[in-house]
Design a protein around this ligand. Structure first.
Ligand SMILES: *[C@@H]1O[C@H](CO)[C@@H](O)[C@H](O)[C@H]1NC(C)=O
Ligand SMILES: *[C@@H]1O[C@H](CO)[C@@H](O)[C@H](O)[C@H]1NC(C)=O
Ligand SMILES: *[C@@H]1O[C@H](CO)[C@@H](O)[C@H](O)[C@H]1NC(C)=O
Ligand SMILES: *[C@@H]1O[C@H](CO)[C@@H](O)[C@H](O)[C@H]1NC(C)=O
Ligand SMILES: *[C@@H]1O[C@H](CO)[C@@H](O)[C@H](O)[C@H]1NC(C)=O
Ligand SMILES: *[C@@H]1O[C@H](CO)[C@@H](O)[C@H](O)[C@H]1NC(C)=O
Length: 372
C-alpha cells in the first residue's frame, strides 16, 4: 500500500517534472521567436536562415542549431545568446527574453540594434554576462539591473544610454568588469566607488560622471583591494585628487586614466602603488610638484601623461635619474630643460617607457628614453 502510494506520488511528480520541462522549453522557443521579430535587418542572413521553428525536430527541443544560441545539455534550456557582430539592426524588445530563466550570457555587441533596456530584464537572475556594447540602444539604465546579482561582466559601452547610473551597485557582488564608456550617463563618482565591491575593471570614460575623488578611505576600502584598471577620462569630474592615504590602498592598480576632467589640487605620493604601469592625468587642473616616484624607478610606470595641467616643473637632468631643482622655471625654460634632459634620457637608467608632457600645443613624447 505504502509502495503503491509512493509510486502514484512518484508518477505525479514525474508528470509534473515533464510538464515543467516541456512547458519550459516551449515557452523558451516562443520567447526566441518573439525576440527574433525585433531583428528587422539581417544582412548576412544568419538569423533568418537558422532561427526557424520548422528546422527543429520538435517544439520541445532547445534550438542549439540556431546561430548564437547555446543550450544546457542537461536542462535543455537556453543558456546563451551570442549575436556579436552580425550587422543586425532593429528595435529589440528585451521583455521577450524574461522567460529564459536559465540565460547566463546575452551578448549582442557590434550590431546596430536600437531600443531600451526594460526594468524586467532584472528578473533574469541567471544572467552572468551582459554585453550590449557598440549598438544604438537608448534610454536610461533601469535600477533593476542591480537585481542581476550573479552578473560578473557588464558592458554597455558605445551606445546612447542616458541618465543617472543606478545606485545599489553593491548588490552586484560578483561584478568584475563594468564598461560604460561612450554613453551619456551621469552619477557621483565617489558614490559609485563606494558601491562597487569586487570589481577589477571599470571604464566610465566619455560620459558625464561628476564629483571628486577626495573620498574617505572607508569609501574605497572594498574596491581598492581588487581594482586593476580604472578609466574615468572625458567626464566632468572636479574636486580634488585622491588623498595620499586613500590612493595608497589601491595595491593592485595598474592603469589609472583620469584625463580630460576638471580635477584640481596637488598630487599625493604614488610610492605605495607597487603595480602602477599607466597613469594618465592629462588635461585637468592639477598643480604643484610632480611626485618624484613617478619619474624615478620606484614604481614600474611605463606611461605617464601629466600634460595640460598647471604643474610647477622644476627640473634639470641630474646624474642619477631626474633631479629636481628648487628653481621655478617658466614654460619656455621648462621645455628647454626638458630637451636637455633628452640627452640624459638617451642614456641608461630611465624607468619610464614613455613620457608625454604637452603644454600649450607643444608636444614632446619620449619613448624608452628616445624621442619619438
Ligand atoms: C525554414 O526551414 C525550412 C526547412 O529547412 C525551409 O523550407 C523554410 O524556407 C525555412 N523558413 C525560413 C523563413 O527560412
Ligand atoms: C558566457 O560568456 C563567457 C565569456 O565570453 C564564456 O566564458 C562562457 O563560456 C559563456 N557561457 C555560456 C554558457 O555560453
Ligand atoms: C550600422 O548602420 C550604419 C548605417 O546605417 C552602417 O554604416 C554600419 O556599418 C552599421 N554597423 C554595423 C556594425 O552593422
Ligand atoms: C566592451 O565592449 C567594447 C565594444 O564591443 C569592447 O571594445 C571592449 O573591449 C569591451 N570591454 C571589456 C572590458 O571587455
Ligand atoms: C562615504 O561613506 C560614508 C559612510 O559610509 C557615506 O555616508 C558617504 O555617503 C560616502 N561617500 C560617498 C561619496 O559615497
Ligand atoms: C580610456 O578611455 C579612453 C576613451 O574610451 C581611451 O581613449 C583611452 O585609451 C583609455 N585609457 C587607457 C589607459 O586605456
Amino acid at each position: 500500500m505504502t509502495l503503491h502510494l509512493f509510486s502514484v506520488a512518484f508518477f505525479f511528480f514525474s508528470l509534473h517534472l515533464l510538464f515543467v520541462v516541456v512547458l519550459g522549453s516551449e515557452s523558451e522557443l516562443g520567447s526566441l521567436i518573439e525576440f527574433k521579430k525585433g531583428i528587422q535587418d539581417d544582412p548576412l542572413g544568419r538569423i533568418h536562415s537558422t532561427w526557424n521553428i520548422t528546422s527543429l525536430p520538435d517544439t520541445k527541443s532547445c534550438p542549439v542549431s540556431w546561430t548564437g544560441v547555446s543550450c544546457d545539455p542537461e536542462s535543455g534550456s537556453v543558456v546563451s545568446i551570442n549575436l556579436n557582430g552580425l550587422g543586425l539592426s532593429g528595435e529589440l524588445k528585451f521583455n521577450t527574453l524574461i522567460n529564459l530563466k536559465y540565460l547566463q550570457n546575452l551578448s549582442l555587441s557590434g550590431n546596430n540594434f536600437t531600443g531600451r533596456i526594460v526594468p524586467a530584464l532584472g528578473s533574469i537572475s541567471s544572467l552572468q554576462y551582459l554585453d550590449l556594447s557598440d549598438n544604438k540602444f537608448i534610454g536610461p539604465i533601469p535600477g533593476r539591473i542591480t537585481d542581476l546579482w550573479g552578473l560578473n561582466y557588464l558592458n554597455l559601452s558605445m551606445n546612447g544610454f542616458k541618465g543617472g547610473f543606478p545606485g545599489m551597485l553593491r548588490n552586484l557582488q560578483q561584478l568584475k568588469v563594468l564598461d560604460l564608456r561612450k554613453n551619456k550617463l551621469w552619477g557621483d563618482i565617489g558614490g559609485i566607488m563606494s558601491e562597487l565591491k569586487n570589481v577589477e575593471f571599470v571604464d566610465l570614460s566619455f560620459n558625464r560622471f561628476h564629483g571628486g575623488l577626495g573620498v574617505g578611505a572607508d569609501n574605497v576600502s572594498s574596491i581598492a583591494n581588487t581594482l586593476r584598471v580604472m578609466n574615468l577620462s572625458h567626464n566632468v569630474l572636479n574636486g580634488g585628487f585622491f588623498k595620499g592615504d586613500v590612493i595608497g590602498l589601491f595595491r593592485n592598480l595598474e592603469v589609472l586614466d583620469l584625463g580630460d576632467n576638471g580635477i584640481t589640487g596637488e598630487l599625493p605620493s604614488f610610492g605605495m602603488l607597487p603595480n602602477l604601469k599607466v597613469l594618465r592625468l592629462g588635461s585637468n587642473q592639477l598643480f604643484g610638484m610632480i611626485p618624484e616616484e613617478l619619474l624615478e624607478s620606484v614604481i614600474p610606470i611605463q606611461e605617464l601623461d601629466l600634460s595640460g595641467n598647471g604643474f610647477t616643473v622644476r627640473f634639470l637632468m641630474g646624474s642619477i635619474g631626474w633631479t629636481f631643482f628648487d628653481l621655478d622655471y617658466g614654460y619656455h625654460e621648462y621645455l628647454v630643460s626638458f630637451l636637455n634632459a633628452d640627452i640624459y634620457l638617451a642614456g641608461e637608467s630611465v624607468s619610464l617607457a614613455m613620457i608625454k608632457l604637452i603644454q600649450n600645443g607643444a608636444e614632446e613624447i619620449f619613448h624608452k628614453g628616445e624621442k619619438l
